[in-house]
Design a protein. Structure first.
Length: 102
């Protein structure tokens, strides 16, 4: 289950978070993160095992979004990840469109 939403604070682009740091930043239980990595929904930036995993700080927003979609819509993790992918793609397309406009 997810913790109450906490406003996003500034995250460093180069930050690499361990499992527990990542879970704390995303306001999620480490067990939630573990099961979602095992399901292929979240990918650590590096590390072969849970003790060695390092997550990019940008992945925090994705984890929060997936958890929110699962909670609100009672969505399967794979479906929530697909929806998160689509949301991220739309945001990227909007940014590209804005950069083309004068």
């Amino acid at each position: 289950m997810t913790a109450p939403a906490v406003p996003m604070t500034e995250l460093l682009d180069e930050a690499a978070l361990g499992l527990h740091e990542f879970a704390r930043c995303a306001c999620l239980a480490p067990e939630w993160v573990l099961t979602h990595v095992q399901a292929g929904v979240l990918q650590p930036a590096s590390g072969a095992s849970a003790a060695q995993w390092r997550f990019a700080s940008a992945t925090v927003l994705r984890a929060r979004r997936i958890a929110e979609l699962e909670h609100i819509y009672d969505a399967d993790p794979q479906l929530a990840a697909l929806a998160a992918d689509l949301i991220e793609e739309v945001a990227a397309l909007r940014r590209a469109l804005e950069s083309l406009q004068i």
